[in-house]
Design a protein around this ligand. Structure first.
Ligand code: 13P
Ligand code: SF4
Length: 359
């Protein structure tokens, strides 16, 4: 990075001192991670934001839904800043609140709404988190999706409906399917994909009634590009290689891999790996490069060399971070993320439910 910019970043960070706390998601650029007080996966960062009541400013180096969650979990007096407002998430954009409300009406018309709970991935708008809270569901991340699903099914089973209990899992169909099949032992026949652009989600009433997992038709454009072929190719090229992927990958990729887990899990796996061992990692490139640099004694490969960065995570760069910090030093809050009070209340109910899950 430009040394002048690094110097300005250091000066602004020092001037803010303990008034500011900088959170950095693992997919952020190195130049940004260098200024993070804490790095983490989306679960850890939500907890870290909630645990900093004394910080006047939370600078969130990540994407919009993460900053919204930080605003919901912090006090009204604390200000959450996203250094570039264009840092969104294409997956979160795949579920709009009006589509979700329409989908719920479909479930009501089919007579299954009272045996269904929403389990919503962190990668969603605050409005959808609020919908989840209003309907008694929970938020989950890739590190607690299994516990969240077990909690939801236990709650529904205890209520004893006459039809099979169901989860409406939004917006990532892959995380929902992977968790149901790999962790809960369900079969593909238990899962249906609800397409919000089609009448009745593109499903028959009978398909909806029989389903256990109603998966929203959403996906991550970065992880969606890994293929089963990538796994076979790297195994052929590097015998004995360990394949480690994020659960946002398609089911055939996760099935073919050796290990699956969140960004934090990926880092911990490499920390614990034997020197000399080989790893192929299927997740965003900034993280894989950093992991490779941290472990020169291990062979770290990218699962597919053509897959690129998460372009929206990459929107946060040093110039934006410097601008945000210097503005705060000058007494101007820029790019503040504020969730409206009613949504914030109900989204908090759903986020608190997640934070209260066991484990
Ligand atoms: P993690 O919760 O594993 O950090 O994942 C967040 C994300 O956006 C993955 O694409
Ligand atoms: Fe969203 Fe995928 Fe980027 Fe994660 S990697 S922020 S899910 S687009």
């Amino acid at each position: 990075s430009d040394p002048d910019l690094v110097e300005r970043a250091r000066a602004a960070r020092a001037a803010l001192g303990s008034r500011a706390f900088v959170l950095g998601h693992h997919y952020q650029r190195d130049e940004v991670i260098d200024f993070a007080d804490v790095t983490g996966d989306s679960f850890k960062l939500a907890r870290e934001a909630a645990a900093r009541p004394a910080a006047e400013f939370i600078l969130f180096c990540g994407v919009h839904f993460m900053a919204e969650s930080a605003d919901i979990l912090t006090s009204d007096a604390q200000q959450v800043v996203l250094p570039d407002l264009a840092a969104g998430c294409s997956m979160a954009d795949m579920a709009a609140i009006n589509q979700v409300e329409d989908a719920w009406e479909v479930l009501q018309d089919v007579g299954i709404a009272d045996v269904t709970l929403p389990v919503t991935y962190m990668n969603s708008t605050a409005a959808i988190k609020a919908f989840t809270g209003r309907h008694g569901g929970t938020i989950c991340t890739s590190s607690n999706a299994e516990v969240a699903l077990r909690w939801a099914f236990d709650k529904l089973d205890a209520a004893g409906g006459s039809l099979p209990s169901k989860v409406l899992f939004m917006p990532d169909q892959h995380l929902g399917r992977n968790t149901a099949l790999l962790k809960l032992g369900m079969s593909p026949a238990d899962c249906v994909v609800f397409d919000p652009r089609k009448p009745n989600g593109g499903l028959t009433d009978a398909e909806l009634r029989d389903a256990r997992m109603i998966l929203w038709r959403g996906h991550c454009s970065v992880h969606g590009r890994f293929s089963e072929r990538n796994v076979t190719d790297i195994r052929a090229a590097v015998p004995g290689i360990n394949v480690l992927v994020h659960p946002e990958c398609k089911n055939e990729v996760v099935e073919a891999a050796d290990y699956v887990g969140s960004t934090e899990y990926i880092i911990k796996m490499l920390d614990a790996a034997e020197p000399g061992s080989s790893w192929a990692i299927g997740t965003e490139l900034n993280l894989v490069r950093r992991v490779a640099r941290a472990h020169p004694d291990k062979q770290v490969h990218y699962l597919d060399s053509t897959v690129c960065f998460c372009s929206t995570m990459n929107r946060i760069d040093l110039p934006h971070l410097v601008w945000a910090m210097e503005s705060l030093v000058a007494g101007r809050t820029v790019n503040r993320i504020v969730v409206d009070a009613d949504d914030a209340h109900w989204a908090r109910v759903a986020l608190d439910q997640m934070l209260a899950l066991p484990g």
